[in-house]
Design a protein around this ligand. Structure first.
Ligand code: B4P
Length: 190
């Protein structure tokens, strides 16, 4: 069973590549960003807390996203494998994912990190803000906060997986197709 953590800074292309990979390999795509946006549009209590934090470029509490992932793993109990997009974003979330997977007799196969320079991340997000109108992509300051939060709180997740010999960096620049091919070439050996 293939369970991939697709890692990267905001704007690294996680959402884009996770969707392609999920389709190619028949995996269930779980994006905590998308799950949180669904909570927001449904007006749930979780969504209300998430909205304020997302609009400011901050992470939502670990317990909240771990709860959403737990629900999804239960909902897709018969899945052939998962691709986690934007989760885990803290070492605490990574440890919780290991426990959740263990409870279900599964494990993370690999963490694949998309590497993209900061200037390009900012350009991509501002472009999406202009095209899709996503609120957290519209402000340069909010994007800067998200990138700072990524460096401060999320990059320690790299060490977490490196210690497990599961960390695999991939060049996240170039065309969507080329990056997808790079990822696929690595994953085929797992
Ligand atoms: P996400 O939805 O995960 O937002 P993101 O980090 O910006 O990544 P996304 O997947 O959308 O962008 P992508 O890299 O695909 O999270 C939103 C917010 O929710 C977070 O800021 C946080 O507040 C909260 N949250 C989510 N998960 C959480 C967690 N686990 N813990 C706590 N809080 C959490 O790419 C972006 C753009 O790049 C796209 O427009 C795409 O078209 C473009 N792009 C992709 N590939 C490209 C390429 N090769 N060339 C040029 N552009 C490309």
């Amino acid at each position: 069973m293939l369970n991939i953590v697709l890692f990267g800074a905001p704007g690294a292309g996680k959402g884009t590549q996770a969707a392609l990979l999920a389709e190619k390999r028949g995996l269930v795509h779980l994006s905590t960003g998308n799950l949180l946006r669904q909570e927001i549009s449904s007006g749930t209590a979780t969504g209300k807390i998430a909205q304020r934090l997302i609009d400011n470029g901050e992470l939502v509490p670990d317990g909240m996203v771990i709860g959403l992932i737990r629900e999804q793993l239960e909902k897709h109990a018969n899945a052939g494998g998962f691709i986690f997009d934007g989760f885990p974003r803290t070492p605490e979330q990574a440890a919780a994912l290991d426990l959740l997977m263990e409870e279900k007799g599964m494990s993370v196969s690999a963490m694949v990190a998309l590497e993209v320079a900061v200037e390009e991340l900012t350009d991509r997000l501002l472009k999406r803000g202009r095209e899709s109108g996503r609120a957290d992509d519209r402000s340069f300051d909010v994007i800067q906060t998200r990138i700072n939060v990524y460096h401060r709180k999320t990059t320690p997740v790299i060490e977490y997986y490196r210690a497990q010999r599961k960390y695999h960096p991939v060049d996240g620049t170039g065309s969507v197709e080329d990056i997808s091919e790079r990822l696929y070439r690595y994953i085929i050996h797992l």
